[in-house]
Design a protein around this ligand. Sequence first.
Ligand SMILES: Cc1cc2nc3c(=O)[nH]c(=O)nc-3n(C[C@H](O)[C@H](O)[C@H](O)COP(=O)(O)OP(=O)(O)OC[C@H]3O[C@@H](n4cnc5c(N)ncnc54)[C@H](O)[C@@H]3O)c2cc1C
Length: 371
Amino acid sequence: MLSRASPLARSAFRSAQPVARRGYAGAPNAAASNTPLFLGLAGLAGLGGYVYLQRNPSIGAKAKSELHDAKDQAKSKFEDVKGDAKAKLDQVKGEAKAATATASTAAAGALVKDAWVPFKLESVENYNHNTKIYHFTFGEGNENKSRGGEIPNALLVRSPEGDGEVKDAKGKPVIRPYTPISGNDQKGGLSLMIKEYKDGLLTPYISAMKPGSELLFKGPIPKFKYEPNQIDRGLCVSGGSGVTPMYQLITHSLSLPEDKTKWTLVFSNVTEADILLRKEFDALAKKNPDRFEVKYVLDKPPKGWKGETGFVTPEMISKVFPKGDDRVKAFVCGPPPQVKSLAGPKDGPRQGELLGAFKDLGYMADEVFKF
Ligand SMILES: Cc1cc2nc3c(=O)[nH]c(=O)nc-3n(C[C@H](O)[C@H](O)[C@H](O)COP(=O)(O)OP(=O)(O)OC[C@H]3O[C@@H](n4cnc5c(N)ncnc54)[C@H](O)[C@@H]3O)c2cc1C
């Protein structure tokens, strides 16, 4: 190694160093102005060395061999250093790549926007006569992932391919959107509240599922970007299972300490037994009396019902949610006839023209959102 080389060889290696350093691309070249001086000195030293060696051939031979040894050692040291540096660089590169992959996977969430992923049904809770809550897990290795996306969001569901796959009359797989009722940051799984339509296509299949079986999921499907305090008051009007996006939106807003937005939920159903998430909404109203109120509306009210009855009309809306000069926005989600009568029909995934009760009440198109 270098420490074992002769003084001559060491000086030869040292004198080579500035040249090597100057070769470093992009480095400031502070020694450049001394170059002629160095060259002159090197020339003199070379000439002196030549004369000395001519007069002392044995010393010259020894020095020559030591110089060769030193060159070999310097080369081998350089190869070692180069090898170490490359190994270190590869390690750092590998670590950086792994960290990026972990960060992007965690940020991506368990749902995939452009691909169907299977989630396993873990358990089912009977909620009422036609609705159940389904708890799905994201599976092994995904325990620390949440589903991803921003509130409010929905996802798409279909049955697995193969025997028993649910298809429509044209033989195409039946795909339906649902709105998770579990928190957006819940890790390892998600929960759906699904009302069964006995004559529907997909819900009888889901209702018959047993824990351990799988559904295919895709998403999340963003609806809009909810910003705290962008409006002063929000009105949510929904019917039946159309309440799930409202539950997502309202619980999210109430959970944000900086958000002061106030919410009114007008929730219509046929009978009292059809009211979904009633316990949860009542608890939210009790906990946030200044920010959230809920009005239940029934088609077939029981005796002594103190809430609203019949269809949701413009008069009912102005009574429970008078429009003032503050920033308001109405959100609508329910059976298509209800959406149509309140805000005009949706145009496929597009909002469609604002018509119906909200138009009559003087709302502008950007003051109404149809889920
Ligand atoms: C964004 C979004 C989120 C949703 N979130 C939820 C949720 O969280 N929970 C939930 O339970 N539901 C939700 N839904 C509704 C859900 O997507 C399905 O529409 C519902 O589950 C019914 O599916 P199905 O295939 O069983 O019934 P479908 O086959 O769609 O039939 C539903 C009902 O409509 C009737 N019907 C079907 N076609 C016609 C027709 N041409 N004319 C008249 N009647 C017809 C059927 O007879 C049946 O009674 C959501 C919908 C949207 C758009």
